[in-house]
Design a protein. Sequence first.
Length: 287
Amino acid sequence: MSPAADLITFNEATSAEAFASRFGTPDDATARLLSAVVGHVHELIKEFRPTQEQWRKVIDFLTEVGHASDERRQEWVLFSDLVGASALVEEINSRRPSGATPNTIRGPFFRTDTPERALGSSISLDGIGEPLEVEGRVEDLDGLPIPTAEIITWQANAEGYYENQQPDLQPEFNLRGLFRADQDGRFHYRTVRPAGYGVPGDGPVGRLLAQAGYPLHRPAHLHFVLRAPGFETITTHIYDDSDPRLGEDALFGVRPELVRPFETDGRSGTKVSVKFVMIRARPGKSK
Ligand SMILES: [Fe+2]
């Protein structure tokens, strides 16, 4: 039989099939993934029907995103974060039982070498900003304390900048600390109230979204990583409930249970109380 008999004529109706049919082992995982991705791209093209010039602009944008990435800046990760893809991957992989503290993405400002500090000490090394006291408890799903829990925190300053964004202006490890919960699973430390901040808008991804009037803002928050032997590590945030832009977090991290009142009373200043609920490590889960 002539090879022409098996030929799938390439047209709008058959384009995805024409691509997928060329894999020697169509059930191979890579072949299936590529066929699915290409099929979705073809669907998009059929829906939006770009001109050649418009398609060229898409290619130019993707090229620019690649060129804007290097070892210090990862524009593709920013792209993934800002379109909710990172949060969706996190959501799919870190679903926890009801009552457990949800996981959110870590973001780009975490440092692995955060120094350990004594309970009650201050992580504000320059003392600039409105004082804030953070107190909390780490417990399991039954409400029992986890005395061995390690609490790593990091946050922006009162201007909305992290220490590693301003190495010349902020002391090394400013607003970062590693604490160990006491025997009741409790911890407390002093800091300053963080401000919300804008995500980098100077690259191709930020420019494109800003041009379309898309908000590039993160409401005020504290970052946490919680670790304890035998429990799944939690990477999460606590958000300031007074921030008017809670509903438009650029990284899609806000969950109702992570929003807490930053309460101010005349005598003791501003305070936030948090509770983290960890779950026992499950087989096959790295965190
Ligand atoms: Fe942050």
